[in-house]
Design a protein around this ligand. Structure first.
Ligand code: NDP
Length: 502
């Protein structure tokens, strides 16, 4: 894919204008309180915009507009084919504005422009397109009852759906929720993360242009404990779907219990084990892929293979290849299309990520690479790719989700110890095993408690497969047709056929 040069992106960045007001009932409006928060670019510390900081009053207005739209059926009563056409137009507009959306994403949260264009914008458009294309091909059911009755099993939209999302893939995490929710006829209120609201607001504008009726898709930027909490506690939100940390996921369970028992879907954190065994013929190839997977997106991935569980006999070879591969991830200017490692999302997160270096040292791990800041003159938030070697699974860096470009290498004796170590975590999102022994591949992949298991690969991705975690990595699945279950209620309607009333 041909991309503009770094210089051209920089020029475009100078003239880019951002939507920064909330989108409520089809109008861009200030927060009722007039409050804003600053969007600061982690690429160089520049101030991008002052974004409306929605509070309870704004959330009430957004939910009321979503409810009114749902009740008057301006969207939900359209046939699936009609909704498909509008959502496909939305997908086309996202693709048409690829460069602008990618630039917003890179400036706002720091990822390399090549990733914003080829991953974030592309996958966001594909997601809307896929659910649009799917929705007029899903049939309801008739139950196999006796022939005196007809029992219809139909799906109905939940009603008002709220989505609260993080900053690591701002548009895509929103799309995974908003696309199936809109396709099934719900009205939506989206709260983006405070570090990355700008692309969500532009998406809202494009949704209106595509023909999604006013009030059906609202975007309410704000601070989590204010705007996010207000959505979680709202008595008129029927379902709340969240991606973010396990800690905040627990809050949403609590909010639901304290309010109207709204349906809750959670995509949470991970500490994914990546088991590399000596029975895999291309140890160097596996190590290279493992390095690419932990350093991609600056390590800010819920599925990041942050625990490399390796057989001792190949540990040194593996670590050496990872250190060599890390040279391709020296942080660079995110607006340069050649850059593979950009900035972390903000200063606070950078400080947290770097604090794990001291924790690793205190626990007795070896710092095999990195552990320090990079590009300090840039004014941005850059961390060098970091490898902790000789880690044990009880060390802090093996237990806590770092969400940065930091890998912990944990040596083990054999596959059995590897599986025990892999499962010794509160998380269960993703895992991998590398082996050419089919029996071992089956045994290990079955033995691991995780929602996604990769065999001889990592981070394969497709909208057609479900995504989500076991244990404290979440509840429910995003993506694929399985996600439709989250945004619909099943209704059974009995019809007596013989005319008798008994
Ligand atoms: P957080 O959980 O801190 O925030 C996620 C969202 O929740 C943000 O919109 C945030 O708002 C909001 N929020 C924060 N506190 C509250 C609160 N008390 N009440 C209601 N809403 C709140 O996660 P991060 O943004 O830091 O994202 C990183 C985390 O997300 C990682 O732990 C990662 O594992 C997880 N994640 C999981 C994925 C998955 O699919 N399983 C995918 C991507 C990330 P604000 O921005 O104002 O804080």
């Amino acid at each position: 894919m041909e991309l503009p040069s770094a210089q051209e992106w920089r020029q475009r960045a100078e003239t880019l204008r951002f939507r920064s007001q909330a989108l409520i009932n089809g109008q861009f409006v200030d927060a009722a309180s007039g409050k804003t928060f600053a969007a600061v670019s982690p690429t160089d510390g520049r101030h991008l915009a002052d974004v409306a900081s929605c509070g309870e009053e704004d959330i009430n207005r957004a939910v009321a507009s979503a409810r009114a739209a749902f009740e008057d059926k301006r969207w939900s009563s359209r046939s699936p084919t009609e909704r498909k056409k509008v959502l496909q137009q939305f997908a086309r507009l996202i693709t048409k504005h690829r460069d602008e959306l990618a630039l917003i994403e890179t400036l706002d949260m720091g990822k390399p422009i090549a990733d914003s264009t080829s991953v974030d914008v592309r996958a966001t458009a594909d997601c809307f397109d896929w659910y649009a294309e799917a929705i007029d091909k899903i049939y309801d059911e008739i139950a196999p009852t006796d022939d005196q009755n007809l029992a219809l099993i139909t799906r109905e939209p939940l009603g008002v759906v709220a989505a609260v999302v993080p900053w690591n893939f701002p548009m895509l995490m929103a799309a995974w929720k908003v696309a199936p929710a809109l396709a099934t006829g719900n009205s939506v209120v989206l709260k983006p993360a405070e570090q990355s609201s700008l692309s969500a607001l532009r998406l809202g504008e494009l949704a209106l242009e595509a023909g999604i009726p006013e009030g059906v898709f609202n975007v309410t930027p704000g601070i989590g404990p204010e705007a996010g909490r207000a959505l979680g506690l709202h008595m008129d939100v029927d379902g709340l779907f969240f991606t973010g940390s396990t800690q905040v996921g627990k809050f949403f369970m609590e909010y639901a219990a304290k309010s109207n028992l709204k349906k809750i879907g959670l995509e949470l954190g991970g500490k994914s084990p990546n088991i590399l065994l000596s029975s895999y013929r291309d140890v160097e190839g596996a190590a290279k892929t493992s390095a690419n997977s932990i350093f991609f997106n600056q390590g800010q991935m819920c599925t990041a293979p942050s625990r490399l569980i390796v057989e001792k006999s190949i540990q040194d070879r593996v670590v050496q290849t990872i250190v060599e591969t890390a040279a391709e991830y020296v942080p660079g200017d995110p607006l340069d299309p050649a850059t593979r490692m950009g900035a972390l999302v903000d200063e606070r997160h950078t400080a947290r990520v770097l604090s794990f270096v001291d924790a690793a040292k205190e626990d007795g791990a070896t710092i095999a690479l990195g552990g320090d800041r990079a590009r300090e003159d840039s004014g941005g938030c850059y961390v060098n790719p970091t490898v902790f070697d000789n880690v044990t699974n009880s060390m802090t860096v093996a237990r806590e989700e770092i969400f940065g470009p930091m890998l912990s290498v944990i040596p083990v004796e054999d596959a059995d110890e590897a599986v025990r170590t892999a499962n010794d975590t509160c998380y269960g999102l993703a895992a991998a095993v590398w082996t050419d022994d089919l029996n071992v591949a089956h045994k290990v992949s079955k033995g691991i408690r995780a929602g996604l298991v990769y065999v001889n690969c990592y981070d394969c991705d497709d909208i057609t497969v479900p995504f989500g975690g076991f244990k404290q990595s979440g509840i429910g699945r995003d993506k694929s047709l399985h996600a439709i279950d989250k945004y619909t209620e099943l209704k059974t309607t009995w019809i007596r056929l013989n005319g008798s009333a008994d």
